[in-house]
Unconditional design. Structure first.
Length: 668
């Protein structure tokens, strides 16, 4: 029997030696068996760019490097170094509903660049002459346990380099092929079509980069949470009635037998959440420290390198100034993942793959010790200097994500980035609840020209009142429109489904959002169950249809707003913000289902969230610091539950209004 072995196309890869020994723990058969000669060959027409993997039946790889599309890339290339490859062979008799699973060796025959695998012997209990028999085989992957092939890919991973050899545990499988008995020999019924071992895993080449203005360190253990990929599971060959019907000549069914390890399912998710997101699996990936290999990161003078990767701050250099060094890995870490059929655990027709990477990041810049989740730093005399502030990223920081369907047998580059600017909501003074003042006093207190014991920490003249384009984008929400099913700006309110309520996408008020003095058009997505006092959203998104080609996703956040009630016009509202940034790349068709539900928020620590409380109602705004000729200017505006753009109030008016001083320059 001849089989072709297809390998993976990877951007970066390494090789693994292959274990020729059969698993000694396989339970012995209690029945007499017959040994058949087998005339089945498997070709290995290895393309120039390949991918593959395996474990106790491990497969070997070698890292190749070449120019692809004008870029020098590395990828793992199958590297068969053994004379014999052990395998699991599954046979099924459709006529008599019989199955046999045996272990057998494939002899490796190399002819030039071609590699052929020859299956020479099979010891079976069944009479192949009696029945309608089909055969499939698997190499690589793992350990046989009864009728299962268990797979645990290596998740403590190393950086790779050109010509490096390594072994790993991503399995290869053939399609089902009709076999016949000729004398004492088993052959393929269709000998003209070669059997092909196809890789079942996907390689990711993981890189890490610090894109903040702060020095950082990343804990080497990161967590992948995904409905589409895992690293542990088993091929279950207890074939059910529906699967029996699918067995036919050249049927590619190996993936349908794959079951992720149930021990890795993320617990506590509601049926509604799993409907739209499917079951999620957690995988811990460790980026190993290798003393003798320079990976481009900061090592000199740093301790505990076995547990942390250190980076310098990323600072865009001025013309003629050398770029910052040690801001990213210069080599990738290679991991093999197993695809999961997430549609098995969800009946939602539009569900997409969701793969997210979380890490624990510490800021290591000297004196940056005061975290902005803590509102006390805005008023404590020992902590109120913004030069000591930094974001907290030490628990569940989102390093990267994707929804793309990754093709089996391929390798993809995955850049994990540390990105975290100071968010607009963090620039509002938050030490104590807002007070209401007349405009003159509110403005002077904010600018530090009028002393007020309540606002003592803003007397340093680092604050002012926020502008319309700074204040309103933080609070802008369409709760009323969602509850009343009112159209908004010609956009129809749509039903997001059970547990999510109504939803819509809306542009920023008056078109412009001020980001550090630059005006940008940004979009927001919101959903809320009518009558609920809670609204969820994704805000500060780069606009759809490229309405602003200069806009950025660097300030994108998940938001949870909690109002006194669904129709509140006054009272204290709570705004919770979780940073997403450009690292959140779940498909726009499904992006909100992951974050816009309590099942996500309850998994966060309080430190992961920027929580602020503000009064509903009118707030004083800055009228003097517009930076764009079309920028909306207003003396005041409301924090309310209406998505309708507010007019630019160009008269100061009188009376008392709330105010929150705005930090003029970001703290980092």
């Amino acid at each position: 029997m001849a089989i072709t072995l297809v390998s993976l196309l990877c951007f970066s890869c390494s090789e693994t030696d292959m274990d020729n020994e059969l698993n000694p723990n396989t339970p012995p058969s209690t029945h007499a068996s017959t040994t058949y000669d087998v005339d089945i060959e498997a070709q290995t027409n290895v393309p120039e760019r390949q991918h593959a993997s395996a474990k106790p039946f491990d497969m070997s790889f070698k890292v190749s490097e070449e120019n692809i599309g004008g870029k020098t890339v590395m990828y793992p290339k199958l590297n068969i170094t053994k004379e014999v490859i052990p395998s699991l062979v599954v046979l099924y008799d459709k006529r008599n509903n019989r199955k046999e699973i045996v272990e057998a060796n494939w002899k490796v025959v190399k002819k030039g660049t071609d590699v052929r695998l020859i299956l020479e012997k099979l010891s079976l209990q069944s009479n192949i002459a009696d029945g309608e028999w089909y055969l499939m085989s698997m190499i690589g992957g793992g350990e046989r346990k009864r009728d299962n092939l268990e797979v645990n890919t290596e998740t403590a991973i190393n950086v790779v380099e050109k010509n490096q050899e390594f072994t790993t545990s991503c399995p290869f499988a053939t399609t089902w092929r009709r076999i016949v008995k000729n004398g004492n020999q088993i052959k393929l019924e269709n000998k003209d079509k070669k059997m092909v071992f196809k890789p079942q895993g996907v390689f990711l080449m993981v890189w890490v980069e610090n894109r903040t203005t702060l020095d950082t360190r990343l804990r080497r253990e990161i967590t992948m949470e995904s409905n589409a990929f895992c690293a542990s599971g088993a091929y279950n060959f207890n074939i059910n009635k529906d699967q029996i019907k699918q067995i036919k000549e050249d049927a590619d069914l190996a993936a349908s037998y794959w079951e992720p390890n149930s021990a890795n399912i993320i617990q506590g998710l509601s049926p509604v959440y799993e409907k739209y997101n499917a079951k999620q699996y957690a995988t811990t990936i460790k980026l190993n420290y290798q003393d003798g290999k320079d990976d481009g990161t900061l090592r000199q003078g740093k301790g505990d390198l076995n547990n942390y990767i250190y980076f310098n701050s990323y600072k865009k250099p001025a013309t003629g100034v050398a770029a910052a060094t040690n801001t990213k890995t210069t080599r990738g870490f290679l991991v093999c993942l197993m695809p999961v059929n997430y549609k098995k655990t969800s009946n939602y027709g539009s569900i997409v793959g969701e793969t997210l990477f979380y890490g624990k990041v510490d800021v290591t810049t000297t004196n940056r010790k005061n975290f902005t989740y803590d509102t006390k730093i805005y008023g404590d005399k020992d902590k109120s200097n913004p030069n000591t502030w930094c974001p907290y990223m030490g628990n569940r920081y989102l390093l990267g994500s994707f929804s793309k369907e990754l093709e089996k047998g391929t390798c993809y580059k995955m850049m994990l980035r540390i990105v975290r600017p100071m968010l607009p909501i963090e620039r509002l003074w938050a030490y104590k609840p807002e007070l209401s003042k007349i405009r003159e006093n509110a403005e002077k207190i904010s600018e530090g020209t009028l002393k007020d014991g309540y606002y003592a920490s803003v007397e340093n003249k680092q604050y002012r009142l926020p502008k319309y384009s700074e204040f309103i984008p933080i609070f802008n929400n369409p709760k009323n429109q969602l509850d009343n099913d009112d159209s908004y700006g010609g956009v129809k309110i749509l039903d997001a489904g059970e547990g999510y309520g109504k939803h819509l996408v809306m542009g920023s008020h008056r078109d412009f959002v001020d980001i550090n003095g630059k005006q940008n058009k940004l979009d927001n997505w919101f959903c809320s169950v009518p009558g609920s006092k809670v609204l969820y959203g994704i805000m500060y998104m780069k606009p759809f249809k490229e309405r602003d080609k200069f806009a950025t996703n660097n300030y994108k956040v998940a938001v949870r707003m909690t109002f006194p009630n669904a129709k509140a016009k006054a009272g204290l509202a709570s705004i919770d913000v979780y940073y997403l940034g450009p690292n959140y790349n779940i498909s726009v068709n499904n992006a909100g289902y992951y974050f816009a539900h309590e099942d996500f928020w309850k998994r966060l620590d309080a430190k992961d969230i920027i929580q602020r409380k503000f009064q509903l109602g009118p707030h004083w705004l800055d009228y003097k610091n517009a930076t764009h000729p079309q920028e909306t200017k207003a003396y005041y505006a409301d924090f309310n539950l209406s998505g309708v753009a507010q007019k630019g109030n160009d008269q100061p008016g009188g009376g008392f209004k709330f105010f929150s001083p705005w930090l003029k320059n970001p703290a980092w």
